[in-house]
Ligand binder design. Structure first.
Ligand code: KG4
Ligand code: ZN
Length: 357
């Protein structure tokens, strides 16, 4: 089974070709192309939805063409089905991908599978890895050949992206329960907004990670939001306000900025790790899957690993290879391959507010 997958939920325009043999559980990526309008958003300090969609209209067909060219395949002869993100996301952006996918499905008579963008972030863990890290004694290695055949249910999934922070419990790949999520800003959104207060380029997550690594240990400490509240709720907008108050009137030298970045990361990651580990303990899970742009942060991955060790847990942490953690079409294809449910093309609509059942 070979799938052409499209992803246009936010500002990226992605096309990927993924495949899976019947006897193999893992998802193999034949090509994965992402065009981004980041340069435009960096100028405006954030995404202006109409600008994103306009760029996606321009990028969509060339991205698909490049993706097919790189894999040396044609839709007519080599592709079995089309997968597309139908939500959640920006309506204009989603429509570009959905309408393109419907057209391809109709013209080439291929089945079409609508994919939930957030679940796909976790399914990025099932993609065969190309650079498997095997640090001695590390619990943080991605399994060669993908994760699907090694899954132990139930497992906990943490989605941390620019738009979402959600904790889920999976009893099977398709049977899951939403445990909690953010009441306001998502973790990535908080990093991006705080980045703006610190005059950092958009999106700020990667630069905050880099600066936090350069910071010396500092006395700055921000409160980790809702960390002591027993629910699985998160909230990050108060942290942004706290940082805003802290920087007011201060000379933001490189050194001070680095120290603030470190304190911000500590505050956000502390609550993410503690609540996720608490969920794993509560439900007796042996595996935690991370996904979404923020999960590409090495410090977050390491903090999870440390927490597993200090809590003496037999829990394995999985996170996608970095290039599959941020928005990409390969994860959309991975989802479609593992939960293959084609529907009639005329029944697919973009659902910007799609959430969990
Ligand atoms: O999953 P994603 O690509 O898009 C959404 O679905 O939202 O996530 C984008 C978010 C941005 O907020 C960005 O700042 C954050 O992921 N991000 C990071 C890192 N790389 C991207 N946050 C922390 N550390 C990183 N290395
Ligand atoms: Zn995403």
């Amino acid at each position: 089974m070979r799938i052409l997958a499209l992803e246009t939920s936010c500002d990226e325009t992605g096309a990927a070709i993924v495949e899976r043999n019947d006897h193999e559980q893992f998802v193999k990526v034949l090509s994965n192309v992402t065009a981004t309008s980041l340069a435009i958003h960096a100028k405006t300090g954030g995404i202006i939805p109409e600008n994103a969609a306009r760029e996606q209209v321009k990028f969509m067909i060339p991205t698909i063409k490049q993706c097919l060219r790189e894999a040396n395949l044609t839709i007519k002869n080599d592709i079995d089905a089309i997968a597309v993100t139908y939500g959640p996301g920006l309506i204009g952006s989603l429509l570009v991908g959905v309408e393109t996918a419907k057209t391809l499905s109709f013209v080439f008579s291929k089945p079409i599978i609508p994919v939930h963008h957030l679940l796909a972030h976790l399914f990025a863990n099932f993609i065969q890895t190309t650079n498997i890290r095997k640090r001695k004694g590390s619990k943080l290695d991605n399994l060669e050949g993908g994760l699907a055949s090694h899954l132990i249910f139930p497992f906990v999934g943490l989605i941390v992206s620019g738009g979402h922070t959600d904790l889920l419990l999976f009893n099977s790949l398709t049977n899951y329960k939403w445990l909690g999520g953010t009441r306001d800003d998502a973790a990535g959104e908080a990093l991006d907004k705080i980045g703006r207060l610190l005059n950092l380029p958009y999106p700020a997550g990667p630069e905050i990670e880099q600066r936090a690594n350069e910071a010396r240990k500092s006395s700055i400490k921000f409160k980790s939001p809702l960390v002591d509240i027993k629910t699985f709720d998160f909230s990050f907008s108060g942290l942004k306000t706290e940082v805003g108050r802290f920087v007011k009137g201060k000379n933001l030298t490189d050194r001070l900025t680095n120290e603030i970045c470190r304190a911000v990361q500590d505050a956000i990651f502390d609550v993410l790790v503690k609540k996720t580990i608490r969920a794993a303990k509560m439900f007796g899970t042996k595996q935690i899957l991370l996904g979404g742009g923020v999960s590409s942060n090495q410090t977050l991955r390491t903090e999870f690993e440390k927490s597993v060790i200090s809590n003496k847990l037999q829990v394995r942490i999985f996170s996608p290879e970095k290039k599959f953690a941020t928005d990409n079409a390969a994860m959309i294809g991975a989802y479609a391959l593992l939960d293959y449910k084609p529907i009639d093309w005329s029944k697919i609509t973009a659902e910007p507010d799609l959430y969990f059942d």
